[in-house]
Design a protein around this ligand. Structure first.
Ligand code: 5RP
Length: 272
């Protein structure tokens, strides 16, 4: 890997911990105004808490302060809405646009086992070819159709394919025996949160993923749909970057991210 890719990856994965808390707010690109993202002002206090923001260009242009220190991973695939055939995605954003938006990475979905799996995989190959030229890391997202089992066998297949095609890191879903997914994938894995869960369950999932070898999260609904989005953000950060217990993280969430422990964790990270 050359300097450019490594330098950009260091804006996504905190070099002190090797891990990342990405905030996913790209849902509108196929779902429209998702609960919690209807008014994008809701995510303003969350953005500085994230290592990286996973977003579309439309949201960056309209709703994000360009002076923010948080890095950006740009969603570059799209096409179908939630009403259509989801696997019918293409690459819809140029590398030039990603560079203009100062992205530290670009992300697209692959749909292994779905109607258009082969096209989404060859799109990933083409994106990696182009991204390589510019030193741009590529995130492959293993989208799971309704009919697919979210198990280690399926997710392991999809993650390994993404890595073999050349993705620099992969986003997938947590599952039982998640360590098998991680062991079979030679590039870092981050987990999506999926549908909103009770906060304790979302924190258990985060902790389980990190213990199984995930390098972080690219989480959306379990943060911005929480009754305390900032609290959840800080709680997830504490698990990912400091390895705190689920119980400690839950306390941070309950205190709205304002507990002494949350402050202490952030201060320690600043000084580390
Ligand atoms: C949609 C995505 C989302 O960014 C991803 O699902 C993360 O969000 P959530 O934690 O809400 O699942 O990639 O394809």
């Amino acid at each position: 890997m050359d300097f450019g890719i490594k330098n950009r990856l260091s804006k996504i994965f905190n070099p002190k911990t090797g891990k990342t808390v990405m905030l996913a707010v790209d849902h509108g690109y196929f779902q429209g105004p998702t609960t919690g993202l209807r008014d994008m002002k809701n995510i303003v206090p969350l953005v500085p808490q994230a290592d990286c923001l996973f977003a579309t260009r439309g949201i960056l242009r309209t709703s994000i302060d360009p002076a923010v220190r948080t890095s950006v991973c740009l969603r570059v695939s799209g096409g179908p809405s939630i009403l259509g055939e989801l696997s019918n995605e293409d690459i819809i954003i140029s590398m030039e646009e990603a560079l203009r938006l100062n992205a530290s990475g670009v992300g697209m979905s692959i749909f292994v086992g779905a109607k258009n799996e082969d096209r989404t995989i060859s799109n990933l190959g083409r994106l990696v070819n182009e991204a390589q030229r510019y030193g741009m890391p590529v995130l492959a997202i293993t989208a799971v159709g309704k009919e697919m089992a979210r198990d280690a066998r399926y997710l392991g297949l999809a993650c390994r394919m993404a890595a073999e095609i050349g993705a620099n890191f992969v986003k997938t879903y947590y599952c039982e025996d998640f360590h098998k997914v991680v062991e079979g994938c030679p590039v870092p894995i981050v987990i999506a949160g999926g549908k909103k869960l009770p906060e304790m369950d979302a924190l258990k999932m985060t902790s389980g993923a990190i213990k199984a070898g995930a390098k972080g999260v690219d989480m959306g609904r379990n943060i911005f749909q929480s009754d305390s989005p900032v609290g959840m953000m800080k709680a997830v950060r504490a698990i990912v970057h400091k390895g705190v217990s689920v119980e400690e993280a839950f306390e941070i969430y309950r205190a709205g991210g304002k507990s002494l422990s949350a402050e202490t964790i952030d201060e320690k990270m600043e000084k580390a």
